[in-house]
Design a protein around this ligand. Sequence first.
Ligand SMILES: [Zn+2]
Length: 296
Amino acid sequence: MQEPQDRPVGHPGTDARPDKDVTSRIDRRLFLGGVGAATTAAMLANTSGTAYAAEEPAFAPLPAEMQPPASASLMALKTFSRIDGTPVYYWRGNRGNTTLRDWRCTPAFYDRLVVWIRDLRRLSEDGGFGNVKFLVSAGFYVNRSGQHGNGTAMDLDLVRWGGGRQSSPLDGHHAGDRTRRRRYLAVDATCRRRFRYVLDGWYNAAHRDHIHADFGGLPTKCSKGSSSDTKFVQAMSNNFMGAGIAVDGVWGPQTEKWFNRARNRLSIEGNPHASIDSWRTMLARVARHGFRNEAF
Ligand SMILES: [Zn+2]
């Protein structure tokens, strides 16, 4: 299985932005009280438990007759400045800027971002990080083709916690010291629990300065045929178990051996290649080790 190509976002979609009032009107008509609300309720109900399998697929498409014409579909987007209360800043070209800005994505993608940031908070908590203070993004909806053009993608530049620690894909933390690499893999793992595909600094040079997360390959399972998934497993094996294997995206005997070792050491039940629940549990345990800077 081949992942879609994704380019880093130089500038988010400030162009071709429909009038905000029109957007709100169409959002209400299409989504409030409809599929979006039902999906939100179903997903939020699952955040505290461990039985995640029932929530897939997270978003049932609208019946054909309810879908807006192609020309209007871009207006069926939610505008937001915070995810579940946490501000999302834009630092490209203006580092440190804390001006709130309007981001856009589909309501279903926003719902998933909420579930994701709650995972991130919970999994980083016992590493002593404090709350997630803010995020930095390079873009969500962008006026171009692909997952960004559909409003179902995020480019994550940085996570800052209340205690002052951060993980900065923007600064290439996947290639930093081991503490930074483990923390980056922890953030990466939280993204992989909720999004697919996730493209990171190991995936290709275009992602050396952000983590891309989208809805293009749901559901979330570990696919041996996915270069993105395989590189994540290889980087995880090297940084948490000292495997010393090539991060080449090809699932060979060494990758298989170290993956099974990780499964055993993390006490993972079930098959992460076939079970969403099993893979998500494994990712959560990788994330906890990463935030604690602990080998496994
Ligand atoms: Zn992207």
